[in-house]
Design a protein around this ligand. Structure first.
Ligand SMILES: [Zn+2]
Length: 255
């Protein structure tokens, strides 16, 4: 009996930590009908997936929602629609990695508009803070990102930063990006950043030349929003990103 109690202590401790962080005791494995309907109506990436992949997406989405704490800032509460769409952008990006749930990041902070960042004393639309294990998003700009397929998508941009950090920070699911492909990606990224700077490259917006992290985030936005154009303009870079993220959005375009 005492041994049983001793064995239960770490389990109960984990429940308490989990409950404090997310408000739920157990991870969810099934999406509610309400959440699924909303996804069916509003998330284009999901709409294009084959039936089997849709089921996987739903399960991963349920798990993601139940494992994060969504915190409202400068507004009263986070709606379930916000939780579904923001989580869906994380699953979209990580869909090629069945076990990656961005688990380093426990908190998702949501502001209605831009917010003032203490880190660099500027107004931001989004940021990722690995020390605070937090992803921060402006809801207005998150929605705008998905309304137009113009190569700008705040949700995917910030999730892309989170993905690279998740891969780098030692935690339960780090080091999942293939090293060789990542090296090849960095070489292509550096070359393209130079081209953006000297004006010979115009497909990616100028902000992509800021540094490697920003180029990756900007490339991810275009990878999902304009995959056919990305492939036709930069086939090798596109294919490298397909291998790095283990998925190919062009294949979804014809479904
Ligand atoms: Zn960025």
């Amino acid at each position: 009996m005492e041994l049983l109690l001793l064995l239960l202590i770490p389990v109960i401790a984990r429940w308490i930590i989990r409950f404090n962080q997310t408000g739920s005791l157990f991870p969810a494995f099934f999406l509610s009908a309400k959440h699924k309907d909303f996804l069916v109506q509003n998330f284009v990436y999901y709409q294009k997936l084959p039936p089997k992949s849709k089921q996987i997406f739903e399960r991963r989405l349920a798990l993601f929602i139940s494992s994060k704490k969504f915190i409202p800032r400068q507004m009263n509460h986070v709606t379930w629609e916000m939780k579904v769409l923001i989580s869906a952008s994380a699953i979209q990006l990580t869909f090629g990695f069945p076990k990656v749930n961005l688990s380093w990041f426990r908190y998702i902070l949501i502001f209605p508009e831009t917010f003032y960042s203490q880190a660099n004393k500027q107004h931001h639309k989004g940021e990722v803070n690995p020390k605070a294990k937090t992803i921060v998003l402006s809801w207005k700009y998150f929605v705008e990102g998905y309304l137009k397929p113009d190569g700008r998508n705040l949700g995917l941009h910030e999730m892309a930063h989170a993905l690279r950090l998740e891969n780098r920070i030692m935690n339960e699911e780090y080091n999942f990006l293939n090293h060789e492909v990542l090296e090849e990606w960095e070489v292509r990224a550096r070359r393209t950043m130079e081209e953006i700077k000297n004006g010979s490259e115009t497909f990616f917006r100028e902000y992509g030349s800021t540094n490697n992290e920003e180029f990756f985030a900007v490339a991810v936005e275009n990878f999902f929003e304009r995959p056919v154009e990305f492939y036709s303009k930069h086939p090798k870079t596109y294919q490298t990103l397909c291998r790095l993220l283990r998925q190919d959005p062009v294949l979804l375009e014809n479904t």
